[in-house]
Design a binder for this molecule. Sequence first.
Ligand code: IMP
Ligand code: MG
Length: 179
Amino acid sequence: MHEDIKKVLVTEDELRSIAKRLGEQITNDYKGKKLLVVGVLKGSIYFLTDLSRYIDLECKLDFIQASSYGSGTTSSGKIKIIKDISESDLSEFDVLLVEDILDTGNTLKYIVDMLGERKPKSVSIVTLLDKPSRRVADVKADYVGVDVPNEFVVGYGLDYNQYYRNLPYIGVLKEEVYS
Ligand code: IMP
Ligand code: MG
């Protein structure tokens, strides 16, 4: 697995301090609110479990899954919800979407619009990684771990063809692995 990585972009120590910094910020911002944390499957699971332990507030956790990428390294742009959250009425919740990476933004735009129809008090986005140069959809993260260049990255939840999610760091995949 490690031999397929060209370089490490975010180390385990850096990932831990990102989760701590954002978790503390979210704790401050959501005091007194009814928080629903929604992880976007599957890529966000490592980040969500680390981040949520730094959110020192009573909150619910749920998951949503959309299909976007198929098996390649570029987005298809066509989004479909595969797994929905349990709550259908969000009127008492402030929703925080947790994403692994914000790329074109198509996936999150679709999810934000869909959840918005259930009238939440607010919907915000926390993303571990941001590739702002690739943005197509009109969507912006409220909390960003770190900006990354336009390279295909894997690890800490992020996959290529469902592999590499369990790498403990974020790395750039060697081109020869997918070309
Ligand atoms: P978007 O709809 O283009 O913003 O794509 C979002 C999803 O594409 C992310 O949640 C990831 O699952 C996937 N994705 C985008 N860029 C990468 C990458 O560099 N590595 C792995 N997955 C990625
Ligand atoms: Mg994802």
